[in-house]
Design a binder for this molecule. Structure first.
Ligand SMILES: [Zn+2]
Length: 436
């Protein structure tokens, strides 16, 4: 008789399959890191497993995908708030990064942010930052599925002096981690206002040639568009199209200000979008036209952006805002709870080219799963588990997290990371950064 590694018995299983099926009293059996069986709990009781996990008050769902963030910036959480984007970047964030960002800063900050994300149900992250090899090491140590964005910009930083050096270092880091199952490297040109046309062309060609994904900030603020009109005589999207950057490999982050023609262009080019509602609100960037993008058939996921502009990596909070903000300028029917849950799971997976491996609870997919306890007074009575999770639950109700079937959090206790160490490390960095 088959011996499964684990069998999980949740009250509800939110499959996020094509029909968004919600199963009640079903069990999920895991073998070799994959979902091997989904069957009624009663039938599953007679199966053999190394471990059986009873979650009588819980919903089991695919882990969340954080489609846009800069995880190491968790160390700059609350460092400079309530400022316009360019003032925030030029006069606060970039100077402190120049002074302090190092391999050690990025490793420590990424580990701290990953601990926070795991505690909030995120199992996959699409990051963009300096020192990508430090991000990759943190991803391995935390056990998260990590898309490591090799940031590319023209400006000098503590990491590289010019676009050539950024690119070169990123590709070398990629070679170093070849064969690591959970670590994928992504080309991450920072934004149209920090990267030259020549570099964008190079990135587009390299992505095509190497089969790499691309991750870029696009149309975040009105200023960005005005500046582009002044310097190159066209809006950033048109400019990027010219360089060959628009393709199904690209995740365009923000996309707040778009004309109808631009929405059609994005759909036609198969570009995925990361919607980052909290960051857009905090930096007064605006409200992205999510309903119109979805109507046009664009694949949209959800990102938290960095903790310095959010100020947390709480994807559930961003999911709730995505649903609510879509209704502010639209109709109460816009962007339902189910749609938002799909955005934070399967859509994110699809953007990262792994829609066939993660993002839903279906046979043969990797067991990237989370359990949410819905028995709290704040989440009863319970008529619809999806509504409850999106509109009422908070991330502290996430109790268990698995990636590839490996349990990374059990009853809210992180199994691979030491919370006390993380606390001491964060305090040590705070003392250093405060001197600058
Ligand atoms: Zn960002």
């Amino acid at each position: 008789m088959t011996q499964f590694d684990q069998i999980i018995y949740p009250r509800w299983t939110l499959t996020i399959n094509a029909d968004n099926q919600v199963l009640e009293n079903h069990a999920v059996a895991i073998s070799d890191g994959k979902i091997a069986r989904i069957l009624p709990s009663e039938e599953a009781r007679c199966l053999n497993a190394n471990e059986k996990i009873e979650l009588a008050d819980h919903a089991l769902l695919p882990g969340f995908v954080n489609l846009h963030t800069h995880v190491a910036m968790t160390l700059l959480r609350g460092f400079a708030d309530d400022l316009p984007l360019m003032d925030w970047l030029n006069n606060h964030i970039w100077p402190v990064e120049k002074r302090w960002v190092s391999e050690a800063f990025v490793y420590d900050g990424t580990l701290l942010g990953m601990a926070e994300m795991l505690r909030g149900g995120v199992t996959t992250v699409n990051d963009m930052y300096y020192f990508p090899s430090a991000v990759a090491r943190a991803g391995i140590d935390a056990g998260m599925r990590t898309f490591v964005g090799c940031v590319i910009a023209e400006f000098p930083s503590a990491y590289a002096q010019n676009a050539h050096e950024y690119l070169d270092k990123g590709l070398r880091a990629r070679e170093q981690f070849e064969g690591e199952e959970n670590i994928m490297f992504v080309l991450a040109p920072h934004a149209p206002y920090t990267v030259s046309e020549e570099t964008f062309r190079k990135v587009a060609m390299l992505a095509e040639h190497e089969g790499m994904l691309v991750h870029c900030h696009i149309h975040e603020t009105r200023d960005e568009i005005a500046q582009s009109m002044k310097t190159v005589g066209m809006r950033p999207l048109a400019y990027l199209k010219k360089t060959g950057l628009l393709s199904p490999r690209l995740t365009a982050s923000h996309m707040v200000h778009l004309t109808d023609d631009e929405i059609a262009l994005v759909a036609q080019q198969g570009v995925s979008v990361s919607h980052n509602p909290r960051s857009n609100m905090k930096l007064s960037s605006g409200i992205a036209p999510v309903a119109a993008l979805l109507d046009a058939g664009v694949n949209i996921g959800i990102g938290t952006d960095g903790a310095a502009s959010n100020n947390s990596l709480d994807i559930l909070a961003d999911m709730r805002l995505a649903a609510l903000l879509a209704k502010v300028n639209g109709a109460p029917t816009a962007v339902s709870a189910t749609t938002v849950l799909r955005m934070a799971t399967v859509n994110g997976a699809k953007a990262l080219g792994v829609g066939d491996r993660i993002g839903s609870i279906e046979l043969g997919k990797q067991a990237d799963l989370i359990a949410i306890d819905l028995s709290a007074l704040e989440t009863i009575p319970l008529f619809d588990p999806i509504s409850q999770i999106v509109y009422s639950a908070n991330r502290e109700q996430v109790t268990h997290v698995w990636v590839n079937g490996e349990c990374l959090m059990k009853e809210r206790r992180l199994l691979k990371l030491d919370e006390q160490n993380l606390r001491e490390m964060a305090n040590a960095w705070q003392r250093k950064v405060i001197q600058s």
